[in-house]
Write a protein that binds this ligand. Structure first.
Ligand code: PLP
Length: 461
C-alpha cells in the first residue's frame, strides 16, 4: 500500500539535502520536492523549508463519480426521495457491516442518540453517565430527554470514560451508561458492561466516531443494548447529515422506528385500537438520496479503516520516541480502532516551555493541519441554561439544579488537563496518506522539538 519504503532518517536526510539544493537521484522514488535555498533542518516557522509541501493532504469526503453517482442519479430521477427501499437497503448493509441484527437510519447521530435514549425510557429525573471528552451532541441528547448528565472523568492514557471512576458516580437515579468511543478509539467495554450488569444499568454506545472499530473482535455499537452512529460529513462514513441506531433487540428497534416516524405503528410496535399513532413521536427520517450516498461510501469504509489503522500505528511508532510526545493508548481488548482522529499529548516542559498553541502554529507552518481538539464540555453555558428551564425546574430539586454544586460534583480534572493543556489532533483524512506523509508529520514534530528554544525566543519577541 505504501508508495515508499525508505526510513525516516533517510527521509530527513533527503529532505535536508533537497532543501540545500543538492541533486539526489538513485534509489529514492518518492514524490519529494526541492525548494531551492531554504534549509530543511530549520523549522518553517523560523524561515526554513516546510517538512511537507505536497499540494494537499487527502481530501474529504472521497467521491468517485464513476462508481458513486449512478445510484444517486437513479434515486434523483425516480422522484422517490422520502424514506423507501434505498434507506431499507442501507440499513441492512450497515447492520451486516457491524454484525448487528437491526439498524435504523435517522437524520443524524444526535437524533440517533435522542431516539435511542427515549426508547430506553430515559426521562426526567434519570441520570446518565457520560464522559466529558466528547462532542456536545452526546450531552445534548441526554438533556433533550429531560435527563441529567453525570460526568465520569477520563482515563488519561486512552482519553475514554475511565471504568475505575464509574461506580463512584452511580446513585439510585442512575439509569444508563453512555460510553463514547471518542476519536474512534474503543472504550473499555468489558469493564463497562460488567459494571452495568452489576448495577442493572442500560448501556448505549456513542459510536459516532467509531465505524468498524472492535473490542474482542466485536464491532463497537453492538456491545451495549444500543449503538449510535453518525454519518455527518467529517465522519468516517460521510453522507452529509445522517445517523443510525443499531441493536439486536427487535421490540426496541420497532419502537425506535415508530418514534422517529411520528409514533406511527411499526412491526411489533402496534396499538390496541385501530391504526393511528401509538406513541408520542418525532420525525427524523433519512431520505433515499442520502441512503444512496451512504451505500457508495460503505463500499470503501473497510479498506479506509485498514489504511488508517496501519498509518496510525506507523505514525505512533515514529513520534513516541520524541521527548514530550505521548500518543494515545489502546486498551488490550481492542482488536481494531477507527481513528476518526489521531491524538497525542504534548508536554511543553519537554519543548523548552513552548506553549501548545505555538507548537500547533509551528506544525501548521510545516504544512501539516492540526488542532487542540475539544474544549471542556462540562463547563459550557448550555448546562446552566438548561437548569433554568421550566421543565428542569419542575422535574428536579433546587439542590440538584444548584449550578455550583453540580459543577463541583462533575469536576473532571483529567479532562481539563487534556483539553486545556495537552491534546493535539490530526484528522482522519491525514491517515489516508502514504508512509512518506506519516514520516513528514514525524519529521515536522522532530524539527520543532530540536529547535524549540529558538521558536520560544521568536514567540517572545
Ligand atoms: C458527530 C458526533 C455526534 C453527533 O452526530 P451528528 O450526526 O453530527 O448529529 C455524537 N457524538 C459524537 C461523539 C460525535 O462525534
Amino acid at each position: 500500500m505504501f508508495k515508499s519504503n525508505f526510513s525516516r532518517r533517510e527521509f530527513i536526510k533527503f529532505n535536508t539535502l533537497a532543501g540545500l539544493g543538492t541533486v539526489l537521484t538513485a534509489s529514492i522514488t518518492a514524490p519529494l520536492f526541492a525548494k531551492g535555498v531554504k534549509n530543511a533542518a530549520t523549522p518553517a516557522i523560523l524561515g526554513g523549508q516546510p517538512a511537507w509541501d505536497k499540494i494537499k493532504w487527502p481530501t474529504w469526503p472521497v467521491w468517485n463519480p464513476e462508481t458513486d453517482e449512478k445510484r444517486v442519479l437513479e434515486v434523483l430521477r425516480s422522484g422517490v426521495w422520502s424514506r423507501a427501499a434505498v434507506v431499507t437497503e442501507f440499513e441492512k448493509e450497515w447492520a451486516n457491516a457491524l454484525g448487528a441484527k437491526r439498524s435504523l437510519a435517522v437524520s443524524n447521530g444526535t437524533n440517533a442518540l435522542i431516539v435511542a435514549l427515549n426508547q430506553l425510557n430515559i426521562r426526567g429525573g434519570d441520570e446518565v453517565l457520560v464522559p466529558p471528552y466528547t462532542f456536545i451532541a452526546t450531552v445534548q441528547a441526554v438533556l433533550a430527554n429531560g435527563a441529567m448528565p453525570v460526568f465520569v472523568d477520563i482515563d488519561p492514557h486512552t482519553y475514554q470514560m475511565d471504568p475505575a471512576k464509574i461506580e463512584a458516580k452511580i446513585t439510585p437515579r442512575t439509569k444508563a451508561i453512555l460510553p463514547v468511543h471518542i476519536l474512534g478509539l474503543p472504550a473499555d467495554m468489558d469493564r463497562i458492561m460488567a459494571i452495568a450488569k452489576k448495577h442493572n444499568l442500560v448501556v448505549i454506545e456513542d459510536a459516532c466516531q467509531a465505524h468498524l472499530a472492535e473490542v474482542n473482535g466485536k464491532k463497537v455499537g453492538t456491545i451495549g443494548h444500543a449503538g449510535c452512529f453518525s454519518f455527518q460529513n467529517s465522519k468516517n462514513l460521510p453522507i452529509g447529515e445522517a445517523g443510525a441506531i443499531v441493536s439486536n433487540d427487535d421490540a426496541f428497534m420497532d419502537r425506535c422506528f415508530s418514534y422517529q416516524n411520528l409514533g406511527l405503528p411499526y412491526g411489533s410496535a402496534v396499538g390496541a385500537i385501530g391504526t393511528g399513532s401509538i406513541m408520542q413521536g418525532t420525525k427524523v427520517r433519512l431520505t433515499e438520496y442520502q441512503a444512496a450516498i451512504g451505500l457508495a461510501q460503505l463500499k470503501r469504509l473497510d479498506a479506509q479503516t485498514t489504511t488508517r489503522n496501519e498509518n496510525a500505528a506507523f505514525l505512533k511508532s515514529q513520534i513516541k520516541v520524541i521527548p514530550g510526545i505521548v500518543p494515545y493508548k489502546l486498551y488490550d481488548n481492542v482488536t481494531r480502532a477507527a481513528f476518526h482522529l489521531f491524538a497525542f499529548r504534548y508536554k511543553k516542559e519537554k519543548f523548552k516551555g513552548l506553549s501548545r498553541e505555538e507548537f500547533l502554529n509551528a506544525i501548521r507552518a510545516e504544512g501539516i493541519p492540526c488542532s487542540s481538539g475539544y474544549t471542556t464540555l462540562n463547563t459550557q453555558p448550555f448546562l446552566k441554561e438548561t437548569f433554568q428551564s421550566k421543565n428542569y425546574q419542575k422535574i428536579y430539586s433546587k439542590e440538584m439544579l444548584d449550578y455550583n454544586k453540580y459543577m463541583e460534583r462533575n469536576r473532571c480534572p483529567e479532562n481539563d488537563k487534556l483539553c486545556n493543556e495537552e491534546a493535539v489532533w490530526f484528522t482522519q483524512n491525514l491517515l489516508l496518506g502514504n508512509k512518506s506523509d506519516m514520516m513528514a508529520i514525524a519529521s515536522a514534530i522532530e524539527k520543532v522539538h530540536k529547535n524549540a528554544d529558538k521558536i520560544v525566543k521568536q514567540a517572545k519577541k
